[in-house]
Design a protein around this ligand. Structure first.
Ligand SMILES: NC(=O)c1ccc[n+]([C@@H]2O[C@H](COP(=O)([O-])OP(=O)(O)OC[C@H]3O[C@@H](n4cnc5c(N)ncnc54)[C@H](O)[C@@H]3O)[C@@H](O)[C@H]2O)c1
Length: 250
């Protein structure tokens, strides 16, 4: 107890990160790999996954999977079993957003966003939790959003999915304690490919002006919080959500 560094408790941990080929997931994969963890990234973008593995040889493995498809998720975890023989830490992070007026959201768009952002987290968490329960311990962390805590216009489906992630995590934390800790991170605005795809430079500037810290978060800053929450330093933290938002919600 007490004097260990994060790196001592993350070394050799088998870490699975969904949406690990880009943005927050990629920054988190790099951070855990630098801590000495054995990192497997899961993503449905084949080209991006291959180029990431090539560019960052510290990341041990990559598995192609659409997290919204329960059969694909089941097979992906069987592949992870053969690669690393279990999972110690899951970062369920893959997500998408589509900017649209509530009144224009089609059933297809609703299903797509909820299917990836909420169903995907459920499927991957359940597969990981089965393995962690048989191992006797584990940590499950999820990327929700400040959009899962307060309303933001033009993202009704996304916001509903992220609110669902927060309460899924709390319920899992109750059922899976004391073996498995479960928490979510709620980023505000993070400068990632997702964000750059939906916001023009003018929109980004406007957002920065209204954030107390006057800028977007870096993906690496979210990765720092993931490293802390997965480490032994956070051994008494479960069933919580952690905004990292530059003061936005304050
Ligand atoms: N960027 C932000 O401002 C912000 C803020 C709050 C929360 N988030 C959340 O953070 C997470 C990561 O977002 P990001 O900004 O890094 O985005 P990103 O687009 O850079 O990365 C998302 C990754 O998820 C993958 N992915 C998408 N659909 C998938 C699927 N069906 N199966 C497997 N992989 C899939 C993509 O290929 C991509 O590699 C998301 O859950 C997002 O909602 C982002």
């Amino acid at each position: 107890m007490g004097s260990e560094k994060y790196s001592d408790s993350l070394r050799n941990k088998r870490v699975v990160i969904t949406g690990g080929a880009s943005g927050i997931g990629l920054a988190t994969a790099i951070r855990f790999a630098k801590e000495g963890s054995t990192v497997t990234i899961l993503d449905n973008n084949v080209d991006q996954l291959h180029s990431t593995l090539k560019e960052y040889p510290l990341i041990a493995h990559g598995v192609i999977v659409d997290v919204s498809n329960p059969n694909e998720v089941k097979h992906a975890f069987e592949e992870i079993d053969s690669l690393t023989n279990g999972v110690d830490i899951l970062i369920a992070n893959a997500g998408v957003s589509v900017r649209a007026n509530f009144i224009d959201i089609t059933p297809e768009q609703w299903r797509k966003v909820l299917g990836i952002n909420l169903d995907g987290i459920f499927y991957t968490s359940q597969e990981a939790a089965k393995r962690m329960l048989s191992q006797g311990e584990g940590v499950i962390l999820m990327t929700a959003s400040t959009n899962g805590l307060v309303g933001h216009p033009y993202y009704a489906d996304y916001n509903a999915s992220k609110a669902g992630v927060n309460l899924l995590a709390r319920t899992m934390a109750l059922e899976l304690a004391p073996m498995i800790r479960v928490n979510t991170i709620c980023p505000g605005y993070v400068l990632t490919p997702m964000q750059k795809a939906e916001y023009t430079p003018e929109m980004l500037k406007k957002v920065d002006e209204k954030i107390p810290l006057k800028r977007h978060a870096l993906p690496e800053e979210v990765a720092n919080l993931y490293a802390f929450l997965a480490s032994k330093e956070a051994a008494y933290i479960t069933g919580q959500h952690f905004p990292i938002d530059g003061g936005e919600l304050a």
